[in-house]
Design a protein around this ligand. Structure first.
Ligand SMILES: Cc1ncc(COP(=O)(O)O)c(C=O)c1O
Length: 426
């Protein structure tokens, strides 16, 4: 089947599905936030290209229209008011808008959503920056201490951990995540790592792995590590905003987040969490506070940020909060299951995140066993089937990450494409 034939076929498939949801629409109203008819109202608030189906929301999330419009307005405002907004504007006129006041209002929104204090959070430009600051700033490592991470870690965080050898004299240990992995197996991996390296001081955890979508039990691993006196730094780049969990319950002290993936804020937005009573364990930046200073703001030095992007975090939070994380989580699982269900009994295709509901949400990868070149497979999906995904060569797989704008018809189209390719592989 060539691309045009495929698009014709899948358009027919999508229209069957849309007709199906129209029937459902008669029976349901949009107040049921788990219904397709409700989610169509969300999809309608995104402007996405119709050149391809975008199943790579894991790279970054597209802004909804209310957020995009707010971002444009904030950009116009910043452009007009310039440094008046961050500088003396307010001292000259107490009614003038002021960035620091508005920034703190948004930090308070984030703190409330997480259930933490606002002086435990600071804006960064993304999860990479947050995690680099936490890993490189963690100052409890003595020469010869061990630090552990699993191969499921995001590459730049793994690199930052490896840097601890040169910078702190650490013994850096990479653990291999079992494939497939189960709930207890992921806890055992880190516990065995600590037992094999009794001088372990620090572990890096990736809550949801970017290559497979595997979710590890951060709470249980953190508790286990703490019982050995080991600290954890957690990368929540993919979990927060996609997955419904209670942040405080995880019991973590050092966490990196972004806001441009699953919260849908403009690119270049993220933040970092440090529990107040652990502040001194992360170094201050030399240009800010001296050691002993416990202000989280002195643990970053971003320089001038994209203020309009930070200001738009307010509208992004309002948008996702109006839906509610419980419904977002459920929706992403439904989108995942819409295509993975087609392969549960198909030995030609492996799904790379476990069926255990605690260990997956929306982002999930697959491999076609007879196909041995992930990059070529991603190219085929895009060129022949108009589906944008991400190649995961380390697992010979393809990452599928639907967004808020994805429909079940999109996922069904993906399943048809995978089957078509698997059939051709023989
Ligand atoms: C697990 C994980 N951590 C961190 C990042 C980096 O995020 P950011 O773009 O916010 O720096 C990514 C990006 O894909 C990721 O998948």
């Amino acid at each position: 089947m060539d691309r045009r034939d495929f698009l014709k076929t899948t358009a027919a498939l999508a229209s069957v599905s849309v007709a199906g949801s129209a029937v459902t629409a008669c029976a349901q109203d949009t107040s049921n936030k788990d219904s397709d008819v409700f989610w169509q109202t969300i999809i309608n608030q995104y402007k996405v290209t119709d050149e391809f189906i975008n199943l790579n929301a894991g790279h970054w999330g597209i802004m909804s229209e209310p957020v995009r419009k707010a971002f444009n307005e904030h950009t116009e405002f910043i452009n007009a008011y310039s440094s008046h907004y961050v500088g003396h504007g307010r001292s000259a006129n107490p009614n003038a808008r002021n960035y620091n006041v508005e920034r703190m209002e948004i930090i308070q929104m984030l703190a409330k959503k997480l259930g933490v204090q606002s002086d435990e959070l600071v804006f960064t430009r993304g999860a990479t920056e947050s995690m680099q600051l936490l890993i490189s700033g963690y100052n409890k490592i003595r020469p010869g201490d061990s630090v552990l991470y699993a191969d499921a870690a995001y590459y730049s965080m793994a690199a930052e951990m490896r840097h601890l050898e040169a910078y702190r004299g650490a013994n850096v240990v990479q653990l291999t995540m079992p494939d497939p992995v189960d709930f207890q197996g992921s806890i055992n991996l880190f516990e065995q790592g600590i037992k094999d390296n009794p001088n372990t001081k620090l572990i890096l955890l990736t809550h949801m792995a970017n290559r497979t979508g595997v979710i590890i039990p951060v709470k249980e691993i953190t508790e286990m590590a703490r019982s050995y006196g080991v600290d954890v730094i957690v990368d929540m780049a993919h979990s927060w905003g996609q997955l419904d969990y209670n942040f405080v319950d995880q019991g973590t002290d050092f966490v990196g987040f972004n806001l441009h993936k699953w919260i849908g804020a403009p690119l270049g937005t993220g933040f970092m969490y440090i529990k107040k009573n652990r502040m001194l364990d992360i170094d201050t930046k030399s240009s800010k506070g001296l050691p002993g200073n416990n202000d989280i703001n002195n643990r970053t030095q971003t320089g001038t940020m994209n203020l309009a992007a930070v200001m738009s975090v307010r509208e992004a939070l309002n948008f996702v909060d109006a839906i509610g994380i419980r419904h977002i989580d459920k929706r992403f699982r439904a989108l995942r299951n819409e295509w993975t269900k087609e392969f549960i009994n198909d030995d030609r295709v492996d799904i790379l995140s476990p069926e255990d509901e605690r260990m997956h949400c929306g982002l999930t990868s697959f491999r076609i066993n007879a196909h041995n070149d992930a990059r070529e497979l991603a190219k085929t999906l895009l060129n022949d089937y108009a589906i944008n995904t991400a190649a995961i060569p380390e697992y010979n797989g393809i990452r599928v990450s639907p967004g808020f704008y994805s429909s079940k018809a999109d996922m069904a189209t993906l399943a048809v494409a995978i089957k078509d390719i698997a059939n051709k592989q023989g």
